[in-house]
Each structure stands twice: as C-alpha cells, then as structure tokens.
Design a protein around this ligand. Structure first.
Ligand code: 13P
Length: 280
C-alpha cells in the first residue's frame, strides 16, 4: 500500500533538493496515466483534485476510481484536495479518504485565514492527513477560482513565519508571482522572497502555477527550497491535444491511447526536471 499523506515525501524532497509533482486529474484516464508514468520512473507523486472535480464526480466515485490504483502502485502517492475554500468540502473529502488537503484561506484577512486553516489542521491531524495552506494571492484562474492580476499580492515574509507557526500546516504555498493557467507574458517571480521565506520557516514549500514555467525556473525554485510543484493546465492541454489528434478515428480505445500518450509526455518531462525520478 503506497497510499500516503504528503509529509514524508515532501520532507525527503526538501532534504534531497528535488520536488514532487502534484498533478491535477479529472477522470480515470488521467489518474491512471499519472500514476503509471510515475511508477515506471520510480517517482513519488501527488494526485490532486480540484473542488470542481469533487463537485462534479462526487467523493465516493473519485475514491472508487483511484483507491485501487493507489493501493496497487509501488510508489508513494498522496491524494490531495487542491485550493479548497470551504471548510465543509475539505471535511467531506477528509472523511471520504483523501490523504491531504489544501485549505486556501488566502482571500480572507490574515487572522481569519489562520483561524480557518487551524480548524482544518485540527480535524486533519486526527486522521493523519497532511494540510497545505496559502498566503498572498496566486493570480490567474484555477478551476472556478478567479483572481484578478491587479488584486494579486505576494506573501509577506513575516506573516509567512507567523502563518506557518500558528497554523501548524505541513506544506505552505506563499504567493511569489506564479499564476494559474497560461502566463500572459514572461512570469515575474520573486525568488528573493521565496528564499527569505525558506530561510525563516520550517514548513515544506509549494509552488503553484507550474504550467508555462521554464525548466530553468523550476530548477532555480527547487534549489531555493520548493518541494512540491503544482501542474494542472498542462495536463488538461495534453488531454485535449490527444483528443484533437484522435479526430476522425472510429475506435475509442485508440483515442484513449492518444490522450494517454500526451499526458504521459507532460508528466515524464515534469518529473525529470523536478528531479524526483528514481526517488521512490
Ligand atoms: P497551472 O494550472 O498553472 O499548472 O497551476 C496548477 C496549480 O497551481 C494548481 O493549484
């Protein structure tokens, strides 16, 4: 049984200066392809669901779909809920069997974010579930969460220290200028801020908005302390590339293979750059 929370895999990654890919899936094909690609390359992996996916498919169906895959695989895999703003949905997923939760209270005032995240941490601890928290606003569109560029504010270093200490989260996503979805121009990341935060907090650090970042950007972020990198849009785009390429086919299984191949390429590339290959 390789189904775990993400604490140990992130601890190892932080120590070994590599990062775990956290890939969003939205159906059986994407979940299976992500897991199998990582298994072939002996890489630990984090499977993520957005709240939108949870709402559309339901917690029971998602667990029925991925639990057998996670139990069977030989590599450590965590099932993580991405960007959850509602306490009730987070608890519902924890009760259904998710091993990890991101409670995203970043749109609330600092004190409220701390209080709500703490409530989730207390609930999660009883079930050995890991929790990720966020500070500052990561711009762009993530599923149904839209953050306007202008409203985007980066995580304050002192507040990051307080947030992680007061909430006790296992993973921390400070806003440093990355964005969800496709970047409009060249991404402007605040590496110095990320480094300062790394130097002052004990918590493992997460980078959101992996799609569209260059390989050398990933390497630099990992060097200065990122141990989980989120990739969602690239998976969706790969899926659609496969779908478009299968236009005109009459055999659905052949179409599935084309989508698998595209998703596999994205995951293979990411875990290669993140340095997690061979770490499981
Ligand atoms: P991208 O969609 O830009 O890859 O971002 C993913 C993400 O950060 C999910 O939380």
């Amino acid at each position: 049984m390789a189904y775990v929370n993400m604490i140990e895999m992130m601890n190892q990654a932080t120590k070994g200066r590599y990062a775990i890919g956290a890939f969003n899936f939205f159906n059986y094909l994407t979940a299976r392809t992500i897991i199998e690609t990582c298994e072939e390359r002996k890489s630990p992996v984090i499977l993520q669901t957005s709240v939108k996916t949870v709402r559309q498919l339901g917690t029971a169906h998602i667990m029925d779909m991925v639990l057998p895959l996670m139990k069977k695989t030989s590599v450590p895999v965590a099932l993580h809920l991405d960007h959850c703003k509602e306490t009730e949905v987070a608890k519902q997923c924890m009760d259904a069997g998710w091993s990890s939760i991101m409670y995203d209270g970043s749109s609330f005032a600092f004190e409220e974010n701390v209080a709500k995240t703490k409530e989730i941490v207390a609930y999660a601890k009883k079930k050995d579930i890991s929790v990720e928290g966020e500070l500052g606003a990561i711009v762009g569109v993530e599923e149904d969460i839209v953050v306007d560029d202008h409203a985007g504010s980066l995580a304050d270093v002192d507040l990051s220290v307080r947030f992680t200490a007061e909430t006790g989260v296992d993973a921390f996503a400070p806003a440093i200028g990355t964005a969800h979805g496709m970047y409009k121009g060249k991404p402007k990341l605040d590496y110095e801020r990320f480094s300062d935060i790394r130097g002052r907090v004990k918590t493992n650090l997460v980078v959101h908005g992996g799609t569209g970042l260059a390989d050398d950007v990933f390497r630099r972020l990992i060097q200065i302390g990122a141990s989980k990198i989120n990739v969602s849009t690239a998976i969706k785009m790969a899926y659609f590339r496969g779908m478009k390429a299968s236009d005109g086919l009459t055999e659905p299984l052949q179409a599935d293979r084309m989508m698998e191949k595209e998703v596999q390429e994205v995951v293979t590339h990411c875990i290669g750059v993140f340095g997690s290959v061979g770490k499981a």
